[in-house]
Design a protein around this ligand. Structure first.
Ligand code: ZN
Length: 384
C-alpha cells in the first residue's frame, strides 16, 4: 500500500525545508553532506536538489577540497532568489528596507511620520512597500515598540507611540496583497541577530537594547521566546527601586529611569551639556563628572541584566540599540556589575558581545519575520 498523496506532498515539502534550512545555516554543502545531515536517500536528495537548482533557489558554488577521489560540487542558497520588506515604526518617521535571503539590505527608504497616528500608517506603509518592492517579495514585516499580538497582527499598547489596540498587519496585507507580520521591535532585532548577526554563535542568548527605551529579546534553544502574551523581555520596566522616580509606564523606579536616554539627557543638562553626544564628548575628554554619569548608567543597566542572567543563564548577552555608540563609556561599569553579581561559573562563561547588524538590525529583523515563514517546515506551528 502506498502513502496517501497528501502525506507524500507534506513529506516532500518537509524534506525540501530541511535542505533549505541546512543551506541557510551552513552553506556551502555538498550533496553527500546534505544526504548525511538529512538522512535522506541519495536518490531522493539528488532529485530534490535538481528541483531546487531548476527553480533557482539553490546554486552550485564550486568544488569541495578533496584528498583523492572525485571532488564534489558545493551547493548554496541563491540569496537573491527572493526578498522581504521590513518596516520600523518610530515616533517621527517610518523606516523601510528590502532584504534578501542572506539578510543583506538591498534598498532602503524612509518617510516622515510626525505626530504618528494609526490612521496615517496604512497609506504610509503602502507607499514604502511600493517604493521598495522589486522581484519576488515573500512578505512584509513590521517592527514596532510596545506590546504586540503577533498572531493577530495587532499593536496592543505602545507607550512611546501612545497607540492602543491597533490592527496593523491585517489592513496592510489586504491593501498590498502580501502576507504581513507584526512583532515588537526589540524581538525583531533579536531575530535578526539570531539569524544573521552576533547571535549565530549561540543557542541561548539575550539581546539587550539601550537607547530611548531599554528592551530585551530572549532566544531559547535557537528560537525567540515571546512569553504568554508577547510581553517577555520588558527589561526596561523591571523595578530597581519601588520608591524611585516615576517611569512613563506609570510605575516607579524602573530600570529605564536609571539607564535610558532619559537619564543621560537629564544628567547632561544638569552638567551644562545640550545633548548626550555633548556629555559623551566631555567624558572622553576626561571630564570626571561626565564619566561618572555613564558609569552610573552602566551600573544600573548591569544590575538589570544581572537579574536576567541569573534567571535565564544565557550563553551570551548581545548589546544593541542606539546608545551602543557610548559603549566605551558605560561598558566597564556594566560588565563589572553583571559579572560580580552573577554566580561564578555563569559569570565566567558568559559572553558579552556587541550586536553586529547596527542600526539596520531592526529593519533586517522585521523583514526576517517574512523570511522565517519561507524557511518554516510544514509540520511546525505558525508562531514560534
Ligand atoms: Zn516603567
Amino acid at each position: 500500500m502506498g502513502t496517501p498523496k497528501g502525506d507524500q506532498n507534506l513529506l516532500r515539502r518537509h524534506n525540501r525545508g530541511l535542505v533549505l534550512n541546512l543551506l541557510r545555516e551552513g552553506a556551502p554543502l555538498s550533496r553527500t553532506a546534505l544526504a548525511r545531515k538529512t538522512g535522506l536517500a541519495p536518490s531522493v536528495l539528488t532529485r530534490l536538489v535538481r528541483e531546487l537548482l531548476a527553480e533557482g533557489i539553490v546554486t552550485e558554488v564550486g568544488k569541495a577540497e578533496s584528498n583523492g577521489g572525485r571532488r564534489s560540487t558545493l551547493l548554496a542558497l541563491n540569496p537573491d532568489y527572493a526578498c522581504a520588506i521590513g518596516l520600523k515604526v518610530e515616533k517621527t518617521r517610518v523606516l523601510a528596507a528590502r532584504i534578501n535571503l542572506a539578510g543583506e539590505i538591498r534598498a532602503r527608504h524612509a518617510l516622515p511620520f510626525p505626530n504618528p497616528r494609526p490612521e496615517g500608517f496604512l497609506e504610509l506603509a503602502q507607499s514604502l512597500v511600493e517604493e521598495l518592492a522589486q522581484g519576488e517579495i515573500l512578505g512584509v514585516g513590521i517592527g514596532i515598540s510596545g506590546l504586540v499580538d503577533a498572531a493577530r497582527g495587532i499593536e496592543l499598547y505602545s507607550p512611546i507611540l501612545g497607540w492602543r489596540e491597533v490592527p496593523l498587519a491585517g489592513p496592510l496585507s489586504e491593501a498590498i496583497g502580501l502576507p504581513v507580520y507584526l512583532e515588537n521591535d526589540v524581538n525583531a532585532l533579536t531575530l535578526a541577530e539570531c539569524w544573521y548577526g552576533a547571535g549565530r554563535a549561540f543557542r541561548n542568548f539575550v539581546c539587550v537594547t539601550v537607547g530611548e527605551g531599554i528592551g530585551a529579546g530572549v532566544v531559547v534553544d535557537g528560537k525567540l521566546y515571546r512569553g504568554a502574551a508577547g510581553g517577555a523581555g520588558e527589561l526596561g520596566h523591571t523595578t530597581l527601586d519601588p520608591h524611585g522616580p516615576l517611569c512613563r509606564c506609570g510605575e516607579r523606579g524602573c530600570l529605564e529611569v536609571y539607564a535610558s536616554d532619559r537619564f543621560l539627557v537629564g544628567q547632561a543638562k544638569a552638567l551644562g551639556h545640550e545633548t548626550i553626544d555633548g556629555l559623551a564628548a566631555a567624558a572622553r575628554a576626561g571630564d570626571l563628572a561626565a564619566q561618572a554619569v555613564f558609569a552610573e548608567m552602566g551600573r544600573a543597566l548591569g544590575i538589570g541584566v544581572k537579574n536576567l542572567v541569573n534567571l535565564l543563564n544565557p550563553e551570551a548577552v548581545v548589546l544593541g540599540g542606539e546608545r551602543l555608540d557610548a559603549a566605551d563609556l558605560f561598558l566597564p561599569a556594566f560588565e563589572e556589575q553583571v559579572r560580580r553579581h552573577s554566580f561564578p561559573k555563569e559569570a565566567e562563561d558568559l559572553a558579552i558581545v556587541p550586536a553586529e547588524l547596527g542600526e539596520g538590525g531592526f529593519l533586517i529583523g522585521a523583514a526576517t519575520l517574512a523570511v522565517r515563514e519561507f524557511f518554516r517546515l510544514p509540520a511546525e506551528g505558525v508562531t514560534t
